[in-house]
Design a protein around this ligand. Structure first.
Ligand SMILES: [Zn+2]
Ligand SMILES: [Zn+2]
Length: 377
């Protein structure tokens, strides 16, 4: 009799869970842009996924297979970052594959944690395991260094050494490892609505954002949304992405296209998107000083002539744009176009929040821009 009761309760719980999950799956909506939502013509835009592992270290697919999935996900480029100081096999896998620009760097193991090196020429000697030495070496080879998942262990271990080019604000792999209880109930959704599952793995990157704001007071540092995929490439290639507004279309010549992407990343001329929540294309943030127009990532001298910060978030979704100045929100707007006369020097950046029903937590920036720096000296 007792046993029967036990099975009955178990069955009832399974039914309740099934209904609950089914409800969330049916309710889930991925917001797409209408075909007519075209880009400002003078300004093409490409998107790609940064920080991917392949079979050349601890990933599960070959570069060509990942490129095929990236092409399906409508990505223009991917950046492979296999482990190694550097990983020579990974570096050699660059090229056009399946119509996708495949770039490759390495994820270095150094004394302070993991450091991603990109855009560098082949080193003649291995890269140091000391973070500062490895960064100088990468810079001397024409490359740049990004601090990977800075809070994956416990606390900040990178000091205030300022020669890094960027840091990761969201890292897919770290999100999955931390607070697994937030996504475990949604695990079966991975098979039917992978975007729903992935959005549930996101936690507000508050620690990373506040550290980023503080470090930007010392030296420009650019922020990255990073996939860090080792498996599940299909869904993860539509999870988080980097969008680069270009000045001219992406070249079909590999070396030139590679330079176009790396130049933009090195200058912080890109924005980050939680791709799984809604399609984003055409977001722009720039500083206007007279006729002069400066892109994200730029540093401008703040003098007597006024600087206008302009934001275009041309999306047909409910959204809220935040302008952040030295870590403080100075403006919130639901409009598609925002003009802000900057009366103070400092570091300005933009976060756009999606206000449509979404399983993504409220405090996760759907779009995260890179900063514009207004300096006095
Ligand atoms: Zn890592
Ligand atoms: Zn990694």
């Amino acid at each position: 009799m007792r046993r029967k009761k036990f099975w009955f309760i178990l069955l009832a719980l399974a039914v309740v869970y099934g209904v609950w999950l089914g409800f969330h799956i049916l309710q889930f909506e991925f917001y797409t842009l209408p075909e007519s939502a075209s880009l400002p013509e003078e300004s093409p835009e490409i998107k790609g996924v940064y920080h991917l592992h392949t079979k050349l270290s601890d990933g599960y697919k070959k570069p060509g297979q990942i490129a095929r999935l990236a092409s399906k996900a409508s990505m223009d480029f991917i950046i492979l970052t296999d482990h190694g100081n550097p990983n020579y096999g990974c570096l050699e896998s660059e090229g056009w594959k399946e119509g996708v620009l495949v770039l490759a760097g390495s994820e270095l193991s150094v004394n302070r944690g993991h450091l991603v090196g990109l855009g560098f020429d082949l080193p003649l000697t291995p890269l140091s395991r000391k973070a500062e030495e490895a960064t100088y070496h990468l810079n001397s080879l024409g490359g740049f260094a990004i601090i990977a998942h800075p809070y994956s262990k416990t606390s900040w271990s990178w000091g205030e050494f300022i020669d890094y080019s960027g840091m990761e604000i969201i890292n897919g792999d770290t999100m999955l490892r931390k607070k697994f209880y937030t996504w475990i109930p949604y695990l079966p959704a991975l098979l039917i609505k992978p975007r729903l599952f992935l959005l549930r793995t996101l936690n507000p990157p508050l620690e990373n954002l506040s550290k980023w704001d503080r470090l930007n007071q010392i030296h420009p540092l650019y922020g990255y949304y990073s996939s860090d995929a080792h498996i599940l490439y299909g869904p993860l290639l539509s999870f988080v992405s980097l969008h680069i507004p270009l000045q001219k279309p992406l070249s079909s010549e590999f070396r030139e296209a590679r330079a176009q992407v790396y130049k933009s990343l090195k200058r912080g001329a890109f924005y980050n998107v939680v791709e799984a929540a809604a399609e984003a294309r055409g977001f722009r943030f720039w500083a206007q000083k007279g006729e002069e127009r400066q892109r994200m990532g730029s540093t401008l001298f703040f003098s007597s002539s006024p600087v206008k910060l302009k934001i275009h978030a041309p999306f047909p979704f409910k959204q809220e744009t935040h302008l952040i100045h030295n870590g403080e929100t100075v403006l919130k707007s639901e409009k598609n176009k925002v003009v802000f006369p900057a009366e103070q020097p400092g570091v300005y950046r933009v976060e756009v929040y999606l206000k449509e029903p979404t399983p993504m937590g409220e405090r996760i920036p759907w779009i995260l821009s890179n900063p514009i720096f207004l300096t006095k000296d």
